[in-house]
Design a protein around this ligand. Structure first.
Ligand code: ADP
Length: 486
């Protein structure tokens, strides 16, 4: 099959969250399974073409991309996804993409991604490349299926093309004033007088994608079920219900070339499931780095996360001091809302030996925390898939999570599974979204941390799990076939 994969972020070029990890890994796996894949992303100014050896694509040359009747002159850079043969096209339009952030609150945020979406289609036209599947991701590219059917339907290049939309996080929908659809030059009947593309009187790019894509999926089975409910659907549940026979869940894989304690290039001591001595050395290294005392007997809890409410920081804040009264240490790497940064900074000032913080984005420290911690905390309010708990399993870092979305699908509670006579649990989880339930799970984990054979069993159960992309990629191929047969 020929697959176009469009994403607003792709590892290693630009990343704010899990979408980038997916976009950097899945296309490579799909290509390995014998398919032709082309990846498309914006050329943000943070991407240095010299560093990656990208070339200006003179064969494509200039594209004239029209927004609101005005033609923008767009160019394209070309390169490969690292360690692969996957063609990657970078849409170059400095006026839109040379900003200090990938996503902005600027007045033209809608236009930035309308331009990107149209440019993706126009590059394929210039290449004369007819994809079987156009796979779009989240609101930033969700207009592509609409544009293909409404604006570019005249082009026989796309006669057989089917579209797949993956929802990585329902919390971000690309909601703008209704004018955005006008700027995208979509037919007025689609949006005027509460036409089908509007949502509560606004434009909503994700809704458009839900209505127009041939097949839709999200990044875990549990999250797919949750999205059909009012509580989790963020207003999209009704539209997804309307498409529920075309709506699937596929859990993300992880890139074990990057996240593997046996080979991880960021950690000083490698280790394996059979010999965890390196893990303990990493713990010491990490604590030294953060200026905290080390003891092999004191459990170290790690957090690597965006500091936003979604990730459960409101329930952590309810019990932070109770957590820090326990016999443990806590390290946090994150960036996000000031209130949470202040809360953790205050706690770190008060308990310097027990709590370490680093605010900002730091890839190396993220790996060190995965490798050096005993427990990984992820009490998300909702979690489409979640990657860090899957990394944690591989690193023998026992996850304590809330039972939601991908966390529910990947972490099996040790006590619960034991109660049913299975010793296959690989972490600790709780359902009720409250500080009290979180604290109880942490206490259960601490209790078993002191029982070395049990703890080792829980670690082994996690470390032996395989969440490599190969398996998920096969599920995506099956999904593409479903779309293609429609
Ligand atoms: P989300 O996409 O909702 O942020 P995921 O768990 O799916 O959550 O993916 C988060 C990814 O971003 C992981 O690879 C994680 O290691 C990384 N990450 C999050 N915050 C930071 C940070 N401050 N520094 C380094 N990596 C981070």
């Amino acid at each position: 099959m020929k697959i176009a994969f469009a994403s607003s972020e792709v590892v290693p070029f630009a990343k704010t969250g899990g979408l980038a990890d997916v976009a950097g890994a899945l296309p490579k796996e799909i290509a390995k399974l014998g398919n032709e894949v082309k990846v498309f992303m914006p050329k943000y100014y943070q991407i240095n073409e010299y560093e990656y050896g990208h070339q200006y694509d003179s064969l494509i040359g200039e594209l004239k991309v029209s927004i609101n009747g005005y033609e923008h002159s767009v160019h394209v850079f070309y390169g490969k996804l690292p360690n692969s043969n996957v063609d990657t096209y970078f849409i170059h339009y400095p006026n839109f993409f040379h900003r200090n952030k990938i996503y902005t609150e600027d007045w033209d945020e809608d236009e930035r991604f309308i331009l990107f979406s149209k440019a993706v289609i126009q590059v394929m036209q210039k290449l004369g490349w007819s994809p079987d599947i156009v796979h779009v991701n989240d609101w930033q590219t969700a207009l592509i299926p609409v544009l293909l059917r409404e604006t570019f339907a005249w082009d026989s290049l796309f006669n057989k093309t089917k579209t797949v939309l993956t929802i990585h996080n329902i919390g971000y929908q690309g909601r703008f004033s209704i004018e955005s659809y006008k700027r995208a030059e979509l037919p007025v009947e689609l949006y005027e007088h509460f036409g089908p593309l509007t949502h509560e009187g606004d434009s909503n790019f994700l809704k458009s994608g839900i209505l127009y894509s041939d097949v839709i999926n999200t990044v875990s089975d549990t999250y797919a079920k949750e999205l059909l409910t009012r509580e989790y659907g963020s207003g999209m549940d009704g539209y997804l219900w309307g498409r529920h026979t075309d709506f699937y869940g596929i859990v993300n894989g992880v890139d074990y070339n990057v996240w593997n304690p046996e080979t991880d290039k960021y950690i000083p001591y490698h280790y394996t499931i059979d010999d965890l001595t390196g893990k303990l050395k990493n713990k010491k290294f990490l604590l030294d780095k953060l200026g905290m005392p080390f003891s092999s007997d004191i459990p170290l809890i790690g957090i690597v996360s965006r500091l936003v409410k979604q990730k459960g920081f409101d329930i952590i804040s309810e019990i932070l001091h109770k957590i820090l009264d326990l016999n443990l240490q806590l390290v946090i790497l994150g960036s996000g809302e000031d209130d949470y940064e202040n809360m953790f900074q205050d706690a770190a000032n008060k308990y310097p030996n027990k709590m370490g913080v680093y605010f900002g984005y730091n890839e190396e420290l993220a790996h060190l925390i995965e490798a050096g911690s005993d427990i990984f905390l992820m009490p998300s309010h909702y979690e489409p898939c979640g990657l860090n708990q899957i990394y944690s399993l591989k690193y023998g870092t026992v996850p304590v999570v809330r039972k939601t979305g991908g966390l529910a699908d990947t972490v099996q509670d040790w006590n619960e599974y034991n109660a049913y006579g299975h010793d296959t649990g690989n972490g600790f989880s709780f359902y009720e979204y409250s500080g009290k339930a979180l604290l109880q799970s942490i206490e259960r984990a601490l209790n078993d941390f002191n029982n070395k054979p049990v703890w080792r069993k829980i670690q082994n159960n996690g470390m032996s799990k395989d969440y490599s992309w190969h398996h998920s990629a096969e599920e995506y191929i099956a999904l593409y076939k479903k779309a293609f047969s429609k």
